[in-house]
Design a protein around this ligand. Structure first.
Ligand code: ZN
Length: 285
């Protein structure tokens, strides 16, 4: 992705290096993966997980500060550029629809962080918290996306993940996620999961719409970028993850959609660039 020369976003809160005493969640292994799976791409609410996370964090809280490495500083510049491009694209789309866009904050962290949705850790994976309208990311997730989930990686895998999370912010501003939460109350788990899938696929669609607009506005795409996004979307399909972790697939338990669905809706957003064509609630695919 071409990203140099962007202005400084006022909405990036870089807390990396301000981690805890390196005491990551003991269950980083299998437990971490399960938590990561549950939360991948964080449409789900963290409140349910806080008690789970807390029991692994019985160590005393010692905050330490360290200098970021040169590589981390470069990653920080890239994340700032992505955030700026999301601010510019969604401000334009909202204006085109006579709406005004409220920019979210993005918090980069290491190890653990307090959020409006509970305590989060590296193994929570990237997520958006509607309670404080912030996106939380521990960038080591992208190493895991490659090592644990077999994605090809690359800078546009990161761009896709951030654009997906900001897709959840767009859904919050449009009232979609609030409506979904209301509808899920009193529903059976499998029905509630179906609505969660539609919400997640729409966030993938919005990530595609962002890519479409950003390409028009900033000519950002390089050879292979779209493949990097598709590889990441493919790696985090519920069927791909369940196959990888438990060797069997339980469709009723899906909360984020299959690999095929996630790629389809990302590409539909990218090809059309039209937010009106993102009705994943009535166009099950
Ligand atoms: Zn999501």
């Amino acid at each position: 992705m071409k990203w140099s020369g962007r202005r400084e976003s006022g909405n990036m809160d870089d807390r990396r290096g301000m981690g805890s005493s390196g005491k990551v969640i003991a269950g980083g292994g299998v437990i971490g993966v399960i938590i990561l799976l549950i939360n991948l791409f964080g449409g789900s609410d963290l409140q349910n997980l806080a008690p789970v996370l807390e029991q692994f964090n019985n160590g005393s809280e010692q905050t330490t500060e360290r200098e970021l490495t040169a590589e981390e500083k470069e990653q920080g510049k890239f994340m700032n550029a992505l955030l700026v491009d999301n601010e510019d694209v969604w401000t334009k789309i909202f204006q085109e629809n006579n709406l005004s866009y409220v920019e979210p904050q993005m918090v980069l962290f290491s190890d653990r962080v307090q959020t409006g949705c509970g305590t989060a850790s590296a193994s929570s994976g990237p997520f958006y918290c509607p309670a404080d309208q912030k996106v939380y990311m521990d960038l080591r997730f992208f190493d895991e996306l490659k090592s644990k989930f077999g994605a090809q990686g690359g800078d546009f895998a990161v761009a896709y993940v951030l654009a997906h999370e900001i897709g959840h912010h767009v859904q919050t501003l449009m009232g979609t996620s609030g409506k979904v939460r209301q509808m899920q109350e009193g529903m059976s788990q499998s029905q509630a999961n179906k609505l969660s899938v539609a919400l997640e696929l729409q966030a993938d669609f919005y990530a595609g719409v962002w890519t479409h607009y950003n390409q028009k506005m900033n000519q950002i795409l390089e050879e292979g970028d779209i493949d990097e996004a598709l590889s990441a979307a493919n790696a985090v399909g519920d069927d791909a993850i369940q196959n990888r972790v438990q060797g069997e697939v339980v469709p009723d338990s899906f909360t984020h959609g299959t690999s095929e669905q996630r790629k389809y809706w990302f590409m539909k957003g990218y090809k059309t660039g039209d937010i009106r064509q993102g009705d994943t609630f009535n166009n099950a695919r």
